[in-house]
Design a protein around this ligand. Structure first.
Ligand code: BTN
Length: 334
C-alpha cells in the first residue's frame, strides 16, 4: 500500500518537474519512470494537483504541462510548501477547503506533538474566531485565513509580541508587495482608508516559565468586493481588492508575509531579545503620537498614545496621567 507521505512526495516531485519546465510539455512516460510508478498512479497524482486548483493541462499522447501560475489565485498545499523551501521558519502548508477554524486545526496538531513551522489555510471557516471572544467573518474563497504553529522561547506574558511581529510583517507586505498605504494600529490591526484589512489572534499553551506552543492566526481581506462585505462589517472592513483596484493571487501575499514574519520572529527570539523587534515596531506603529480612544473592560479613555512597553503594551497619556494597556480596542481619532 502507498503511504500518504509517499503520495505527497510523489506529488511534490511531479510538481517540481512541471514547474522546472513551466509552459512546456513534460512526458508522462518519463515522469512515471523517474518516480518508478505506474501511469495510473501518475494520473492519480496529476488529478490531485488539479484538485488543489493548480493549472495543470493534460496534453493527449504527450504528457502534462504546468500553465502560468503567477497570476493564478490558488491556495495549494503543494505550491506553497514548494515555495517555503527557502523559508527558515516554515516548511509545510496544509490548504483546507473548509474547517471550523484554522486555529483549532493547528492547536490540535500542536497538542499531538507536531513541530513548529506548519501552516493551515482555509477557503471557508464555519466558526472563525476573533480577539476578545468575537467571531471572525469572511467571504468564502476570496480572503486569506491561516494559522501558524510556533514554538518560540517566550514566556506566557510575551505572547503579545507575536501579534506585534505579525502586524509589522503584514504591514510591510501590504505596503511593499501591494503598494497600499497600510497603517498599523496597535496592537495588530491593519487599516486602509481607516477601515480594517486584517485581524490577528495569538493563542498559546504553557506553564509559568515557558510556553509549549503558540498559534498565530491571521485573516486578511484580499479579493472581497465592496458588495460582498457582510452587512455587519460595512463601513468597518475593506479589502486589498477594494483599496488597490485589482485582484491578487492569495498565495503571493501569504508567502511574502511568511518570509517577513520568519525574519521578525528570528529577531524576537534571537540574542537581541524583544527589544530589537520592539524598536522596529515602535517606528512602524501608526498609533504612536495619535489622539486615540481606548476601550478596555467597558471603560473608555481618551489620550495620546506615547509608547510601547517591553511586553508590547500601549502607553497612553491621559488627563489622569499615564495609563498602560496590555489588551484593549483602540480608535484612532486623528
Ligand atoms: C481579530 O479579532 O481581529 C482577530 C481575527 C483573527 C482571524 C483569523 S482567520 C484565521 C484564524 N482562524 C481563526 O479562527 N481566527 C484566525
Amino acid at each position: 500500500m502507498i503511504k500518504k507521505t509517499d503520495e505527497a512526495n510523489s506529488r511534490a516531485i511531479i510538481f517540481e518537474a512541471l514547474m522546472a519546465n513551466q509552459g512546456g510539455i513534460v512526458s508522462g512516460t518519463a515522469l512515471a519512470e523517474k518516480l518508478s510508478i505506474t501511469r495510473q498512479a501518475l494520473s492519480k497524482n496529476i488529478a490531485a494537483l488539479k484538485a488543489e486548483g493548480l493549472p495543470v493541462a493534460s496534453v493527449s499522447q504527450k504528457g502534462y504541462m504546468m500553465q502560468d501560475i503567477k497570476d493564478t489565485d490558488v491556495l495549494s498545499s503543494t505550491l506553497i510548501t514548494y515555495i517555503l523551501r527557502d523559508n527558515p521558519l516554515f516548511n509545510r502548508c496544509i490548504c483546507l477547503k473548509e474547517t471550523d477554524s484554522t486555529q483549532s486545526v493547528i492547536k490540535k496538531m500542536a497538542r499531538d506533538g507536531e513541530e513548529a513551522g506548519v501552516i493551515a489555510t482555509a477557503e471557508v471557516q464555519k466558526m472563525g474566531r476573533g480577539r476578545r471572544g468575537r467571531n471572525w467573518q469572511s467571504v468564502s474563497g476570496k480572503n486569506l485565513m491561516f494559522s501558524m504553529l510556533l514554538r518560540p522561547p517566550l514566556l506566557p506574558g510575551e505572547v503579545q509580541l507575536l501579534n506585534l511581529a505579525a502586524g509589522l510583517s503584514l504591514k510591510k507586505t501590504l505596503r511593499t508587495l501591494c503598494a497600499l498605504p497600510a497603517e498599523l494600529k496597535w496592537p495588530n490591526d491593519i487599516l486602509c482608508s481607516g477601515r480594517k484589512l486584517c485581524g490577528i489572534l495569538s493563542e498559546s499553551a504553557g506553564e509559568a516559565e515557558r510556553i509549549y506552543y503558540a498559534v498565530t492566526g491571521i485573516g486578511v481581506n484580499i479579493n472581497m468586493a465592496a458588495e460582498e462585505i457582510p452587512d455587519e462589517l460595512r463601513g468597518i472592513a475593506t479589502s486589498v481588492l477594494i483599496e488597490s483596484g485589482k485582484a491578487w493571487p492569495r498565495w503571493k501575499i501569504l508567502v511574502d508575509f511568511l518570509g517577513r514574519f520568519a525574519s521578525a520572529a528570528a529577531l524576537l527570539c534571537s540574542g537581541g531579545g524583544p527589544e530589537a523587534l520592539l524598536e522596529l515596531y515602535r517606528k512602524e506603529c501608526d498609533t504612536i503620537g495619535k489622539k486615540i480612544n481606548v476601550i478596555c473592560d467597558n471603560e473608555s479613555f481618551s489620550g495620546t498614545a506615547s509608547g510601547i512597553t517591553g511586553q508590547g503594551a500601549l502607553v497612553v497619556k491621559t488627563n489622569d496621567g499615564e495609563k498602560i494597556f496590555a489588551a484593549a480596542d483602540v480608535v484612532h481619532l486623528r
